[in-house]
Design a binder for this molecule. Structure first.
Ligand code: NPG
Length: 374
């Protein structure tokens, strides 16, 4: 029987974080997650939307994502008979990459489960494990930061990323570097600097960082190119990279020499693979960014990071680091070699636990293909 979506369910789930996560754009204590479940005759597929409650990381936010998925994306996605058909069907809708990615993911997961294929195999993944790094939020004090970092190093992480912002940059980086002279380290500013801060950013060159991520605003490729010429530390872009075409433009304009890939930010896993492919031919290394996903989204990221161009550590801490109760079981952990195994099971590789999803659900909505009128 041909693959067909029979119904789509949307769930809004609230998951408290074990510890609040602070970045320059805000602090998150409860993850407000939108889940999309595509039902087919053969089984269900799940997608996680990485939009947040407020439009602070990017312009998307969960209320809007739920609405656009329900009223504009699901009605267009019904005819999809294979995952590659989803993005073209959704293309007439402008913007909303995170919402689109969640719909594509649900269809992709259902299709892969039907076909008995793992996401890593489908995408062309070549590794069976990925190097994992941890992202450390802006801490209340240097002591608190050092305590947190030492916990991560003891847990087996081989690379840390420190969140920075003006006023919390050189000092925390110097403190961690002083304690761990050989630890692989990078920093992420989430666009909180301007070219007027170039002196503090240049001071980071002294600490042997792997990269400085997104110091300036999303649209400011020129400022990143100026900084890249002044710094010996490589400049990496995250928020600025919204598609494969944009990645090519950023690289060609000298705005970055490393790219962080997030499927939600670029509208789906197939576009994420296109970003990867564009970077690989230009000799630009990539790594997989994280957005505090539950095990559902994390599993997809793991499969993506199995592609050959992902040569740097990815933000891939196990979801149990963020959530007391993850939505998948079994879930994954860090191995003694500091890596995480890429799932080999079909679909995203980790079974969703429906009871846990039900317990955390604050709102749900269902749409049935048979009742569709347009
Ligand atoms: O391991 O998922 C993780 C956290 C990685 O720092 C991380 N993510 O700016 O990349 C980021 C940041 C983020 C978190 C962005 C939450 C948006 C929301």
């Amino acid at each position: 029987m041909a693959f067909a979506i029979e119904a789509v369910e949307l769930r809004r789930v609230a998951l408290p974080l074990v510890m609040p996560f602070r970045a320059s754009f805000g602090t998150e204590s409860v993850r407000d997650v939108l889940l999309v479940r595509a039902r087919t005759a053969e089984g269900d597929g799940w997608g996680e939307c990485v939009a947040r409650s407020e439009p602070l990381y990017s312009s998307e936010f969960v209320d809007a994502a739920a609405l656009v998925v329900r009223d504009h994306l699901v009605p267009r996605a019904w005819p999809a008979r294979a995952p590659e058909e989803v993005a073209p069907l959704l293309r007439p809708v402008k913007g909303h990459p995170m919402a689109k990615a969640a719909v594509e993911l649900a269809v992709l997961d259902a299709w892969l489960r039907t076909e008995g294929v793992s996401l890593a195999t489908y995408l062309g993944g070549e590794r069976d494990r990925v190097d994992v790094g941890v992202s450390v939020g802006i801490a209340p004090s240097l002591d608190a930061l050092l305590g947190e970092v030492s916990g991560y190093v003891d847990a087996g992480y081989r690379r840390v990323k420190l969140k920075i912002e003006p006023g919390w940059d050189v000092e925390p980086v110097a403190a961690v570097r002083g304690r761990y002279p050989d630890l692989a380290m990078q920093v992420d500013a989430n666009g909180s600097y301007t070219l007027a801060d170039i002196t503090s950013l240049a001071a980071l060159d002294a600490f042997g960082l792997l990269l400085v991520e997104q110091p300036f605003g999303d649209d400011d490729l020129d400022a990143h190119a100026v900084l890249a010429r002044c710094l010996s530390t490589p400049v990496c872009l995250d928020e600025s990279i919204t598609s494969a075409a944009r990645a090519v433009e950023a690289i060609d304009r000298g705005a970055c020499t490393i790219v962080s890939i997030k499927a939600g930010r670029v509208g789906g896993y197939l576009e994420a693979k296109a970003v990867h492919d564009a970077c690989i031919v230009r000799g630009v290394p990539v790594w997989c960014g994280g957005m505090l996903e539950t095990g559902i989204g994390r599993a997809f990221n793991l499969a993506l990071a199995a592609l050959p161009g992902f040569t740097l550590h990815s933000d891939m801490s196990p979801a149990r680091m963020f959530y007391a109760c993850d939505l998948v079981e079994p879930t994954f952990d860090i191995r003694p070699d500091g890596c995480i195994a890429v799932p080999a099971r079909s679909g995203n590789g980790f079974p969703v636990v429906p009871d846990r999803v039900a317990d955390a659900t604050i709102r749900s909505w269902e749409s049935d293909a048979r009742k569709r009128t347009s």
